[in-house]
Design a protein around this ligand. Structure first.
Ligand code: ASP
Length: 323
C-alpha cells in the first residue's frame, strides 16, 4: 500500500438501487446497497491502485430527495478528508437526478484542489448490464490521474466539470452532457483523455478561511429560501406574488430564450426585486447562456442553469447574512 487513501462517500441513488427482476431498469428502488458492497462488486478497483479505498455512508437516498441536511453532511465530510495529507481524492456515489446540483454546491463551498469525483448509474445494481461498476472504476481512474483536481462528474466514459454538467436524458446510459462546451475529457480503458484543463482551484484554497466558510454554511440555522420559476406561454404573476408574501428571499427564473420573460410574470418580478427579493434570470434552453444587454433590469446567471443559479444565489444570500 502507498499509505495514501481514496475516500469513497456513498449517498445512494440508482447505482445502489435494486429491483425484483434483473431485466427491470425502471421499476427499482434506489439507495438499497451500501457503498462498501458497491466497491466489493468491482474487484478490478483494488487492482487499479495501491491506495487504500476508505468508504463512508454519508446518506442513503434517492437523489430526487436531496436536501440541505445531506449537503451539509457531505460538505463537512469532504472538507474533513480533503485536509488530510494522506487523502489523495474523494469519490462520491450519487443518484443521477440531482448530481449536477450536488457537484455545483460542492464546487462552490469546497474550492477543492484535489479531485472530488461524483459518479452514478442509470441502471440499478441488479440490472442485466449495470453501468455502475464501470462508472465507479472510471471515477477511481479519474481520481488517480496525475494532475487531476476540482469537482467533476464521471459517467458513461465521460468526465464533466461541475459548472456545465447536466442530466439531459431520463433513460439512456449516457444521460449527461456539458452542452455546447462538451465534456472535460473521456475515460478510455482506465486512462483519461482531456479536452481542456482540470477545473481545480489553487492548492491553498481549502485554507482556514475556506473551512470557516464551510462551517458558516453548515452551521447556518436555515439556508435562504430561493425558488425557481419558469416563464412559459400563459404564465401568470400569481406565483411570484404568493412567494413574496410567503417570505421568499431569492427567485431564479428559467426564462425563455435569451432571458426573456412573459410580460405577466415580468412586472411582479421587477416589483419583487424593488422590494428586496434577489431575482436572477437563467434560460430554460438546455444549451448556451443568457447574453446580457444594456438596460437589463433583472441580472442574469452568468451562464448557470436554473438549478445551479439557485445554489449560487442561496450561497450569496448566506454570505450576505453572515457579514
Ligand atoms: N432517482 C435516482 C436518483 O437520482 C435516479 C438515478 O440515480 O439514476 O437517485
Amino acid at each position: 500500500m502507498s499509505g495514501q487513501k481514496i475516500v469513497v462517500l456513498g449517498t445512494g441513488g440508482t447505482i445502489a438501487g435494486t429491483s425484483a427482476r434483473a431485466g427491470d431498469n425502471i421499476g427499482y428502488t434506489a439507495a438499497q446497497v451500501g457503498v462498501e458492497h458497491l466497491l466489493q462488486a468491482v474487484p478490478a478497483l483494488q487492482a487499479l491502485t495501491d491506495c487504500h479505498l476508505h468508504t463512508e455512508q454519508v446518506a442513503q437516498i434517492d437523489s430526487k430527495d436531496m436536501d440541505a441536511p445531506v449537503w451539509r453532511a457531505l460538505a463537512l465530510r469532504c472538507a474533513h478528508h480533503l485536509q488530510e495529507t494522506d487523502v489523495r481524492a474523494i469519490v462520491i456515489t450519487h443518484g443521477t437526478d440531482t448530481l449536477e446540483e450536488t457537484a455545483w454546491f460542492l464546487d462552490q463551498v469546497l474550492a477543492a484542489d484535489k479531485p472530488v469525483v461524483l459518479t452514478c448509474a442509470m441502471r440499478p445494481a441488479t440490472a442485466l448490464t449495470p453501468d455502475g461498476p464501470q462508472n465507479l472504476l472510471d471515477a477511481v481512474a479519474v481520481a488517480l490521474t496525475p494532475g487531476a483536481g476540482g469537482v467533476v462528474a464521471v459517467a458513461a466514459g465521460e468526465v464533466h466539470g461541475a459548472r456545465w454538467v447536466q442530466k439531459v436524458h431520463p433513460y439512456r446510459v449516457n444521460a449527461f452532457s456539458s452542452g455546447d462546451i462538451g465534456p472535460l475529457g473521456f475515460v478510455e480503458e482506465g486512462r483519461v483523455r482531456l479536452t481542456r484543463a482540470w477545473p481545480k482551484n489553487q492548492p491553498s484554497a481549502l485554507s482556514g478561511k475556506a473551512l470557516a466558510a464551510i462551517e458558516n454554511i453548515v452551521d447556518a440555522a436555515q439556508w435562504p429560501r430561493v425558488e425557481i420559476l419558469m416563464s412559459h406561454a400563459g404564465a401568470s404573476g400569481a406565483v411570484v406574488n404568493a412567494l413574496v408574501r410567503d417570505g421568499v428571499q431569492g427567485l431564479v427564473v428559467a426564462c425563455t430564450g435569451n432571458g426573456t420573460i412573459h410580460q405577466a410574470l415580468e412586472t411582479p418580478l421587477v416589483r419583487a426585486q424593488a422590494s428586496g427579493v434577489r431575482v436572477v434570470r437563467s434560460t430554460r434552453c438546455p444549451e448556451g447562456q443568457v447574453l446580457p444587454k444594456p438596460g437589463d433590469v433583472l441580472p442574469d446567471s452568468f451562464g448557470l442553469s436554473p438549478v445551479k443559479a439557485r445554489i449560487t444565489l442561496m450561497l450569496d444570500l448566506l454570505g450576505q447574512g453572515a457579514d
